[in-house]
Design a protein around this ligand. Structure first.
Ligand SMILES: [Zn+2]
Length: 83
């Protein structure tokens, strides 16, 4: 009797284990892929005007230089020439 009960318990445990494994596998498959952390891997470009480093996607380009914002681009391009 005790051996039969033990076998039954083991069978139930095995069933639960397999069911949980299937469940977690289904969850993993249905889970959407996380968005890529672009800021972590993105190249940092220095602003010509203030020297701050900004992500490449947010850089403002003008006349071969890079800026952190359009305001700094305008400031740099509109400054009086020192030559
Ligand atoms: Zn700047």
């Amino acid at each position: 009797m005790s051996i039969l009960r033990l076998a039954l318990v083991l069978l139930v445990l095995a069933g639960v284990y397999l069911w949980l494994r299937k469940l977690s596998r289904d969850l993993e498959q249905s889970r959407p892929t996380p968005p890529e952390k672009t800021s972590a891997t993105e190249a940092m470009i220095q602003c010509r005007q203030c020297g701050v480093h900004v992500p490449q996607s947010e850089v403002v380009f003008a006349e071969g230089y890079t800026f952190c914002s359009t305001a700094h681009r305008d400031q740099y391009l509109q400054r009086p020439s020192t030559s």
